[in-house]
Design a protein around this ligand. Sequence first.
Ligand code: CP
Length: 308
Amino acid sequence: MKSLLSVDSLKLSEIQEIIDSTYSMYDVLSREIKKLPTLRGKVISLMFFEPSTRTRISFEIASKLLSADIVNFSPSGSSVEKGENLLDTANTILSLGADLIVVRHSREGVPWFIFERLKIPVVNAGDGKNEHPTQALLDLFTMMKHKSVKNLSEFRNVQVSIVGDILHSRVARSNIKLLSKIGARVILVSAYTTLYQNLPEGVKVKNFIDNDVLSSDFIIALRLQRERHGNAFYPSEREYFEFWGVKQDLVEKAKGLLIMHPGPMNMGVEIDQTVAYSENSLIFDQVKNGVAVRMAVLYYLLTKGRLD
Ligand code: CP
């Protein structure tokens, strides 16, 4: 009975297996009939205590395409509004027949809390600013597909710059760990106030976008996580965009640089709308790849149970 809680516990062989499986699922998505019988009879509960569009819907589509049944839970309209606590809520979902829980919560550690008490497979769909492992896997798959590489060893030395509000970003934390683990070159670009310490060895830190950053293969722009800090970490959003926004003139300077963003985007804050919709943008490809990655992860957890 295993879970995907953090990138930390993923072995290189497991990452490679998920990528291989994602390539297979991606091929399934281009077929006329996309449905597979693989998870028939399994029940997956999507417990989202924080807003989500991409992650929740892609897990729902992934589950349905694998023939699993879905139970959607949101705190609004549930007994959480009458004061039911997290453990009782999760235990109720388990008693109602769930085989796996996908959980998003504003509190760090909630996926571990559920896994340790209920002994049911759990996928972390984002816990506070801590981790978002399936986002990192879909970002990696998107980059590998665009480089036309299938083996992790071929991705070594690819340079990825992650720009913006690193401190409050679970996407950044999971991506930094995953990219470092596979030997990619990682550059972080952020204000001093929106960085954190204890980064993996070899990760470079810069305060501004320079030519080194512009020579990257990919730039991942991060959403400014307003809900986690109340805009107290930089003088103004206009200034933030000026120094850390991914703008059209930067993309023009750097031929071939591909732009990513986990979404949702704050247009004109961390990214320019022209860039987001340009031919250099992989942003909507990331969304599409999210379905294939989540199919691969659910398949692994419910048929092989190798992750933890
Ligand atoms: N990238 C991401 O987690 O998006 P959602 O918040 O829409 O799920």
